[in-house]
Design a protein around this ligand. Structure first.
Ligand SMILES: [Zn+2]
Length: 263
């Protein structure tokens, strides 16, 4: 492309596969050409969705949540933290905002951070229970504390928004009030970055499966079913940050049962 073809341009896995498949933790870096003639200077040259986990910050690594340093993998992809223009949080659980800041400083110093307004309000509550803050699982900082150094640079979104040509953020509430999905499109091809709408591919195959931790389980199931329908088809690849190894896969249907294959 002379511009940004987000799918062909690489959905790059920034984080390494976890040694423990059940606890895969990852973020995704999207790269678009800065000279994209379809994008103006105000749109993203690069965008990152989710930035791994509090548990992998340099000062706190938890056994069982082994994950390579996201910044090292960003460097392997040839991207410096300074070059990241947009950080999109699919939601504000502690294990999705860990690399937003480090030592009370922003990690992506030139980036606009983006989060759904409903999550900003929900996680701003100092009385939020210890499960949702992550304290119960050993988080050093709550999302509110983690994001405090960048709070004034977070631009809230509400509902569905287009971040750049072919890069859309879609509302997907239930797991948290402001959960979102990133949809990449290129012609008839699409890639879905589902955040924590699902934690494991089986949740796309069988509606009865769900992970614990949804703020509103009934709404989360409805949202999951909707995105399972969206994901079905050969022209769509799908990933979520807790999928084993952050591998993209395809959800195939059409014979009465859905089937998941890793690409
Ligand atoms: Zn979550």
């Amino acid at each position: 492309m002379s511009g940004c073809d987000p799918i062909a341009r690489a959905v790059e896995r920034t984080d390494a596969p976890s040694a423990n498949a059940n606890n895969a933790l990852a973020c995704t870096t999207l790269r678009c050409d800065a000279d994209d003639d379809r994008a103006n200077a105000s749109t993203a040259a690069r965008a990152s969705t989710d930035i791994s986990t509090t548990w992998t910050t340099p000062n706190h690594t938890r056994p069982g949540y082994i994950s390579a340093e996201p910044l090292e993998h960003l460097a392997l992809a040839g991207v410096t933290p300074e070059a990241v223009t947009d950080v999109v949080f699919t939601h504000l659980h502690f294990d999705h905002v860990g690399w937003a800041t480090n030592e009370d400083e922003p990690v992506f110093v030139n980036a606009t951070y983006r989060a759904h307004a409903a999550d900003l309000e929900y996680f701003d509550d100092p009385q939020l229970d210890e499960y949702q803050t992550g304290k119960l699982m050993g988080a050093v900082l709550t999302p509110r504390e983690r994001l405090a150094p960048v709070r004034d640079r977070i631009v809230p979104f509400d509902g569905d928004v287009t971040l750049a040509p072919g890069v859309d953020i879609r509302s997907a509430p239930g797991h948290t009030p402001g959960s979102a999905v990133v949809v990449l499109s290129s012609g008839l091809d699409r890639a879905l970055l589902l955040g924590d709408v699902v934690h494991c591919p089986v949740e796309l195959v069988d509606d009865e499966w769900a992970a614990i931790g949804d703020v509103d389980p009934v709404l989360a199931r409805r949202t999951r079913e909707l995105w399972s329908a969206e994901a079905a088809g050969e022209r769509t690849i799908t990933a979520a940050p807790h999928f084993p190894g952050m591998e993209m896969g395809r959800l195939l249907g059409g014979t009465g049962t859905r089937r998941w294959i890793f690409t």
